[in-house]
Design a binder for this molecule. Sequence first.
Ligand code: BT5
Length: 327
Amino acid sequence: MSRQPVDEQILRLFHDHAGEFLSGERISRELGVSRTAVWKRIGRLRDLGYRIEAVTSRGYRLSAAPDLLHPGQLKAGLGTELVGREVIYFPETDSTNIRAHDLARAGAVEGTVVVADRQSAGRGRLGRRWESPPGVNLYASVVLRPTIPPRHAAQLTFLSAAAVARCVEESTGLRPTVKWPNDVLLGGRKVAGLLNELDAETERIHYLILGIGVNLNMRADQFPADLRYPATSLAIETGRTVERLAFTRLLLGHLDRLYREYRARGFAPVLEAWQAFFDLVGRPVEVDCQEYRISGQVLGLDADGALVLRLAGGMEQRVLSGDVRPL
Ligand code: BT5
């Protein structure tokens, strides 16, 4: 049997035998643990909100599962090769990116995913805050170990944005757009933010963390009052609750496929996937590059993903990073 924690294995058994009663004896035999251990773990799962019936002489049956991102449930039926090989779940943590850094430094395998129900110190870019209330959204960080030079790390931001955009489209039927280089919008409002962080030497990446926050069921009154950019959630846009587990499985699947494509064929297919959601070509924009601002018409992206603008005087300019605002 694998090294999976016992509660994950119990959930997997319930998943594989959906709707059936499983005797305590059978569970203990299949998992190679005592019946007391099974009983204790069932108690712990109940505390987490899993409704598990116990009927004398028949055993246990899972009758309702909370929409938690528990690894046992998340991994069941995931079917990815790389992303999600290990899943670590925190009911609450400071930031999944911080947890992922610690795990990566301690040698976590490529594809390890950290998810949390809530974050007490969710991070945005440049030290900003990411509002992370419990029970409603997705907060995930993926550990990757790509063999690329550090100057190519930004390519992975396009990869996570394209994966999120595909997933939003598939689960809502609505067409999202991407904001260069790294937000995903629905109806022009931000539904997802990405924070990719790097640990590298000059020539070599030790590891890279893809931090992904998607507003799934967040209500309008849960957003901070001082948003830098209008924001929304999938539920606000569709009027329907999104199942977090299903969305997360779908996202890990898209990340897995795109990342394997990236390793096999390089950046071009990733940029193409991203560009399918980019709607600013030909539009006038203003770019805030921190030290200065420029405005111009978007001509497109170059092969490295830099934004190419035509400035008022007719000159072309490449922009490597900055906040873009349509004019
Ligand atoms: C981002 O930063 O958009 C990156 C957010 C990344 C969050 C994920 S969650 C999992 C992982 N673990 C972490 O700790 N972080 C990552 P930025 O572009 O700087 O946007 C931050 C700004 O968005 C804030 O200053 C607010 O104005 C606004 N904001 C805060 N919370 C928001 C939310 N939930 N939805 C939309 N906008 C939000």
